[in-house]
Design a protein around this ligand. Structure first.
Ligand code: DX5
Ligand code: ZN
Length: 226
């Protein structure tokens, strides 16, 4: 299995000091910067766009993982590629043509991901595995940080892990929502290799301490390097 990665969601960071927060969380052990884009249309909240991504890009060499919770999707993809995104993922319900949107992301030089909500079936994956670099399973309904992990995500993760392994492809399996040091072990055991954490990290006084505890839990539940 891939080495585990912690993707810090800056949704819970101090927006008045975002550049500093990104530098600090990466120095504290975060492997990926998770960038939640919300449009007050596809989801009932509003965050930041490509200009903020471009402003943060010089602050880190860690991959920027853009999670688009917007509709429509396609128009904004080139803007995020230009703004320095490494990975761009979107919700299939928000795209008119999922295969085309996935191709558009790769054509712009980024890794492509599909995000499945808690009630979204896995059959969206059936015909696009060769177009995917990332599968993101939502373990809360998208729109807000600080919600509780929905337990049925564990069996969904296990099924997606099986499909990825069967495909033989190098596809990250990411989980997003309600991930904490005290449940990350069982989430890792279910098959995730990339863990989004927002409030668990940014609401803590010492980011490094939380990230170390998370990585320790992953290793002790799976034996794989974090
Ligand atoms: C929710 C976002 C998440 C959010 C997770 O729509 O996609 O990335 O920041 O926040 P926590 O870790 O607090 O559940
Ligand atoms: Zn997210």
């Amino acid at each position: 299995m891939n080495p585990a990665r912690i993707a810090a969601s800056i949704l819970s960071a101090d927006f008045a000091r975002l550049g500093e927060e990104v530098r600090k969380v990466v120095a504290s052990g975060a492997d990926v910067v998770h960038f939640d884009v919300m449009d007050n249309h596809y989801v009932p909240n509003l965050t930041f766009g490509p200009m903020v991504c471009a402003a943060l890009r010089p602050h880190t060499t860690a991959p920027i993982d853009v999670h688009l919770m917007v509709r429509p999707v396609d128009r904004i993809i080139p803007d995020f590629a230009k703004a320095g995104a490494d990975i761009i993922s979107f919700h299939p319900e928000a795209s008119e043509h999922v295969d085309r949107t996935l191709a558009l992301i790769r054509d712009h030089g980024c890794k492509a991901g599909l995000v499945l909500n808690p009630a979204t079936p896995l059959n969206y994956l059936d015909h696009v595995m060769d177009r995917l670099d990332l599968i993101l399973l939502m373990s809360v309904n998208p729109g807000f940080g600080g919600q509780s992990f929905i337990p049925h995500t564990l069996s969904k993760l296990a099924e997606v892990r099986r499909r990825i392994d069967q495909s033989g492809r190098d596809i990250w399996l990411e989980v997003d929502g309600g991930v904490k040091a005290d449940n990350i072990g069982e989430i890792a055991r279910a098959g995730a290799d990339t863990f989004v954490a927002g409030s668990a990290i940014f609401n803590a006084p010492d980011y490094g301490d939380v990230i170390r505890r998370m990585k320790h839990e992953i290793v002790s539940h799976t034996g794989s390097a974090a």
